[in-house]
Write a protein that binds this ligand. Structure first.
Ligand code: PLP
Length: 433
């Protein structure tokens, strides 16, 4: 056997253009691509493409890299695990690191009640399993979600997602007993009371509350536009859920792990959810997701009802332990708060020069800016233009929002001050050019 390591796939001697021609020929267009360059290497908040060009990364793999690209502690933890074993299938031969991570998450998540955690691989899978667990516990089918929500690309994920284009187009029928109510968004004059009224309307027209298993929501909508769900909503939903024995599920897949200035976005509220989904920055780039919740709820499915071949992969678990250590050691909750303030102040300073700015909002470092036209309608063209100008100048930005008129900021919380300042200068030029 030839044991020499073949690294040709890691260092392609091709241009971005040549690679893109191969991509178009070899992979389906349904996997949409946001940037025209191909990654070669990355470190903290910087990324270099195969042609050697440097970019500042304000996307962080869509909220996955709160601890940055290739944090040395994560690399060391993954390497140490590589020396021991890479896969056993947890259901076949379990390992202590997984049990320990469950213990750590049970302690870190909001609420002092007894909790249990199950691991999966993707965010969508965590959502699927949260609904499975909620249905098994309540023995009810119904689930209520919010408009603008994003919960993943699997069938239940799609059904719960409150945005048709591009996520649901052509993929139906979806699982039944899923209902959507408007998300409260001050800018669009949808109040918390509107949301609560819509739930009552569902109870009247579609399904009785005793058949509803769960209400699921993102405490700050991610893909939907970084709308912060008010405390008033959380308190009212908790009371409604308690009244009808419905479970409250917080999807913290994008909001978790210090992004909002607290470990979880639900830590900003006085009420606790029954179940929480997490993924993305949990393992800093390794595929890992989790459902954490009330012990008695989590124990509803019978043995064998939960799991997956790769669920809780040992390398990803090792990485997640390092993420939790880094979040604490580098005080990344405090840092997120500070970075968010710096970003918001810079955006505010641009208001007079950029009349398209309709709102600057966010929690901690989970900040976004929404653009409207002079007549108050969404301005996706300007949003796209800012994104393109920024990319041309070496800054990777992500858009979001039902009308794709929002730029969201997701830079690593470990970003160096100088790199952040450089990125913000590029952003300011892109918005004002
Ligand atoms: C809130 C939320 N839930 C679920 C998902 C789905 O996660 P994944 O893409 O890992 O399946 C995402 C991904 O963007 C998300 O932001």
């Amino acid at each position: 056997m030839n044991t020499a390591t073949d690294t040709r796939h890691l260092t392609p001697a091709l241009s971005n253009k040549e690679l893109d021609a191969r991509r178009v020929a070899a992979t389906p267009r349904g996997v949409g691509i946001g940037t025209p360059m191909y990654a070669d290497r990355a470190l903290n908040a910087e990324l270099w493409d195969v042609e050697g060009r440097r970019f500042i990364d304000f996307a962080a793999g869509i909220a996955v890299l709160n601890t940055g690209h290739r944090h040395p502690k994560l690399i060391a933890a993954i390497q140490a695990q590589l020396e021991r074993f890479t896969h056993t299938a947890y259901q076949v031969v379990p390992y202590e690191s997984s049990v320990h991570l469950a213990e750590r998450l049970n302690a870190l998540t909001p609420g002092s009640h007894a909790k249990k955690t199950a691991f999966f691989t993707t965010g969508a899978e965590a959502v699927e399993n949260a609904i499975k667990i909620a249905r098994a516990h309540t023995r009810r089918p119904g689930v209520i979600a919010l408009t603008g929500a994003f919960h993943g690309r699997t069938f239940m994920g799609m059904a719960l997602t409150g945005k048709v284009v591009p996520y649901k187009v052509g993929f139906g029928p979806f699982p039944g007993s899923i209902f959507h109510v408007p998300a409260p968004t001050e800018l669009h004059e949808v109040t918390v009371q509107d949301t609560l009224n819509a739930i009552q309307q569902i109870f009247k027209c579609d399904i009785e509350p005793t058949q509803v298993a769960a209400i699921i929501l993102e405490p700050v909508q991610g893909e939907g536009g970084f709308y912060v769900m008010p405390s008033e909503l959380m308190v009212a939903l908790r009371a409604l859920c308690d009244q009808h024995s419905i479970l409250l599920i917080a999807d913290e897949i994008q909001t978790g792990f210090a992004r909002t200035g607290k470990m979880f976005a639900m830590d900003h509220h006085s009420v606790v959810p029954d179940l929480m989904t997490m993924a993305k920055s949990l393992a800093g780039g390794m595929p890992l997701s989790a459902v954490c919740g009330r012990a008695e709820v989590m124990d509803a499915p019978a043995p064998g009802g939960l799991g997956g071949t790769y669920a809780g992969n040992p390398l990803a678990i090792a990485s997640a332990h390092a993420v939790l250590d880094v979040l604490e050691e580098e005080k990344l909750c405090e840092r997120a708060e500070r970075l968010g303030q710096v970003l918001k102040a810079r955006l505010e300073s641009l208001r007079t020069k950029v009349p398209q700015i309709a709102e600057i909002r966010g929690l901690g470092a989970m900040v976004a800016v929404e653009f409207n036209k002079a007549d108050g309608s969404p301005d996706p063209e300007f949003t796209k233009l800012v994104q393109k100008r920024a990319l041309d100048a070496g800054l990777i930005l992500l858009t979001c929002g039902v009308y794709v008129n929002v730029i969201r900021f997701l830079f690593p919380l470990t970003i160096e001050d100088a790199v952040l300042a450089e990125g913000l200068d590029i952003l300011a030029t892109a918005m004002t050019a």
